[in-house]
Design a protein around this ligand. Sequence first.
Ligand code: SF4
Length: 290
Amino acid sequence: MKHKEYGKWLQEVFGQKVQKLSIDAGFSCPNRDGRVGTGGCTFCSNECFVPAYCRRGLSVGEQIEEGKLFFRHKYKRPLKFLAYFQSYSNTYAGLPRLEALYEEALAADDIVGIIIGTRPDCIDAQLLDFLENLSRRTFLCLEFGVESLNDETLRRVNRGHNAEASLQAIRATADRGILVGAHIILGFPWESRDELMQQADLLATMPLKTLKLHQLQVLKGTELARQYEEVPWPMPSPEQYIRLALDYIDRLPDSVVVDRLVSQCPPRMVLAPRWGLKNHDFSCLEKMGI
Ligand code: SF4
């Protein structure tokens, strides 16, 4: 893979190993509370992506301390950390509350920056003013859930915004000198390979710093699961998926840092695809260029 891996990039930026700590700061999402929509995106199950140490009932500071203990025990070496505001839409609140939460994270020992995951329609000029200032004094990356650049896909998954909203948000954020990341899902059954390669070409024109690719996972309890159970569709094998993901990122500039190519929810939550592979197995496939 010609692109830099996320961990290596962080090592270069900070001169040592830096670990992301997920935080659930109690945000909601405008696609669930009725401001944009209700019911959320058809694939969404936030519980799948929340690690055990990250508990909504705890303060940001408490979650950070639990996360640090977890990773220090796991790696048994000195670590610095990035606070990753991950669950739901982490800019979906008034500025005073956002400022308090981000500052609480940055005040914790050994926190060297923050990553904020959000929707493209949850930013405005005032927020970007604030984040621009913050990014001058600390590492800050704003990650947008783009998911697809196909408007028909976004409509079918009840995303509540179109592709243009994502492109505008990425441009507006990068224009402030803020690092921008994107999440993309590969594998919607109605998106052909050619269609995805066109999306990659469009994404390649964007000022992106980081990219996360996920295979489409049908998670139990979601609207997507209901649709899948009604009319199942063929799922790619791990090899087919990795090939697709590598072809997708191959079309992006070398400057894009690849955070991940796959995501793995706990198997008990996944209806399909049930690949039964560990992260290590995927690393092997990636290294083999498969
Ligand atoms: S995927 Fe994100 S935007 Fe969609 S419903 Fe879930 S939290 Fe909201």
